[in-house]
Design a protein around this ligand. Structure first.
Ligand code: SF4
Length: 516
């Protein structure tokens, strides 16, 4: 066996073990047919990278720790470097490598205790322990014990969202966090030991599958998004019809989806009458069956209560995992950095205003000042979903000096999504009421669109914004992102105007209400 072949021998890593638990076919693809994977979005890539950065930050809790430098492509080198660090008496190791029965793990942090045993720590960027973390930790503990280490405790270290950053920075202006308070460790030893007896058998079965000649079979269904979004859905889900795939059944539960797919139902319109659906599901799929839009209630009676000018408002906000602004916490909800406002006057004139904070300081003070000035004190504030009202409440809590003015906006607010949900059924909605679904159905191809834009959803908006204001992007790239953000947010509010106009245009025809 050559050196390169030995490095590449099929092993089961802790992440591959998790992948195999989710779906054996996903594991097979990820090892043998990686080229079938869906393209990784910018947001997904940055999410992984930020998770790794948080792992590196946690290493500061062990100032004398030794990092095993070999990459994931050099498992034998990593094992050798780990043996050397252990023999040299390193008090703590980062990315230490161990192997047992062809299961190979890298441990985020391994601390040598005074009695010769070890504290094993898995670092996650979440704020609490999840079920999938327990199996992850159990696999590592099983491997380390198989390799001869005595594990005193197996812990999950995650971000503590009660920690408030005081704003301390180093000489280069980078945030300095109190790591002992930024991170919280939870003992997962007992939970891991309860799962551990299953590891050997499960790992052996997954390895046998990987060493076999046959690609395993797996039905699509709830497993494709639980506990993680699978990156091979582009391949497996190509069997689904494009227009009304059963995976988009409104309010679908995992059990419903698995039962429908097991029965061979791939199209929402083919769901048999005998299949048990919730009343709200029946109502939402009816337009898909008839192919006709429905006006369930007259939206004009709701609009009659609204006062011009109509102020169509949309926010963008983010929740940085690591606090960026003094006085904020990990994943602080919510820090708005942008809004777009389309103002529709009674005479039909339409104006657009907005604000985007492009500095690296806390966006909220400027955002509040611009927002209050732009909204004035007359007119109905039209938003889409409860999000804007919730954000106003959160910002009022965080900035009590502006609370009265912010909370005074709420009685003027009206939720257009609620009107859509109560009044309109449409085959193009596919049972949903989000702006991304409703706008193209009501405004058609000539309406404002998110299609083909670099920033086309909320996750893209927050990811790019974070990278633009933290200096991750060059000034030129950041400027381009700011321009894209302004265009993206404006589509949301112009889209709301179009949706409002479509609903306001409801008329009587043949004794019933129809969309114009
Ligand atoms: S898309 Fe679903 S069935 Fe296909 S590999 Fe992924 S989890 Fe398995």
């Amino acid at each position: 066996m050559t050196e390169q072949t030995a490095q590449r021998r099929v092993r089961l890593s802790k992440s591959k073990y998790q992948t195999g638990l989710q779906c054996p076919l996903r594991l097979w693809f990820s090892v043998h047919e990686r080229e079938l994977a869906d393209p990784l979005s910018y947001s997904s890539k940055r999410r992984f990278e930020r998770g790794s950065e948080i792992g590196v930050l946690a290493q500061g809790l062990w100032p004398d720790g030794v990092t095993i430098e070999a990459t994931h492509l050099q498992p034998l080198d990593a094992l050798e470097q780990t043996r050397e660090a252990l023999a040299a008496g390193a008090p703590a190791l980062f990315e230490a490598a161990f192997e047992h029965e062809d299961v190979f793990v890298r441990v985020d942090a391994l601390e040598r205790l005074a009695d010769g045993r070890w504290r094993m720590v898995e670092v996650k960027s979440s704020t609490k322990m999840k079920d999938e973390h327990v199996t992850d930790i159990a696999v590592q503990k099983w491997v380390l014990e198989g390799a001869g280490l005595e594990i005193a405790s197996a812990e999950l270290m995650h971000l503590d969202n009660t920690y408030v950053w005081d704003g301390t920075r180093d000489a280069d202006g980078r945030p300095v966090y109190d790591l002992a308070r930024l991170f919280a460790a939870e003992d997962a030893t007992a939970l891991a030991e309860a799962y551990q007896p299953q590891v050997a058998e499960t790992a052996a079965a997954l390895l046998a599958m990987l060493h076999g000649a046959e690609r395993p079979e797996a039905a699509i269904g709830s497993r494709c998004t639980t506990p993680y979004d699978c990156d091979f859905r582009g391949t497996c889900h190509s069997c689904l019809p494009e227009q009304y795939p059963v995976t988009l059944l409104p309010f679908v539960t995992g059990d419903q989806l698995d039962a429908l797919i097991a029965a061979g139902v791939l199209d929402i319109r083919d769901i048999p009458d005998t299949f048990r659906l919730q009343a709200r599901q029946v109502e939402r799929i009816r337009p898909m069956l008839t192919g006709e839009p429905e006006v369930l209630r007259d939206p004009r009676s709701e609009f009659a209560r609204w006062r011009f000018p109509l102020l169509f408002l949309d926010f963008e906000d983010f929740q940085p995992a690591l606090p960026l602004y003094p006085g904020t916490r990990p994943y602080q909800y919510a820090i708005p950095f942008q809004y777009s406002l389309h103002v529709l006057h009674a005479d039909g004139r339409l104006e657009q205003r907005g604000y985007l904070h492009t500095g690296s300081d806390d966006p909220r003070p400027e955002w509040i000042a611009h927002l209050l000035a732009d909204l004035g004190d007359t007119g109905t504030i039209v938003h889409y979903s409860h999000h804007e009202s919730t954000v106003i409440g959160k910002v009022a809590d965080a900035c009590p000096e502006h609370a009265e003015a912010l909370l005074a906006l709420r009685p003027r607010m009206a939720d257009l999504e609620k009107v859509v949900a109560a009044c309109i059924g449409h085959p193009g909605f596919i049972g949903r009421t989000s702006m991304k679904q409703v706008l193209p159905a009501l405004a058609g191809e000539d309406g404002p669109t998110y299609h083909g834009k670099r920033i086309a959803n909320g996750e893209d908006a927050t990811t790019y914004y974070h990278d633009a204001v933290t200096g991750f992007l060059s000034p030129e790239d950041a400027a381009a992102v700011f321009a894209d953000l302004e265009a993206y947010c404006a589509v949301d509010t112009l889209g709301m105007v179009e949706v409002y106009r479509a609903l306001a245009g409801v008329r009587e025809a043949g004794g019933r209400l129809v969309l114009a």
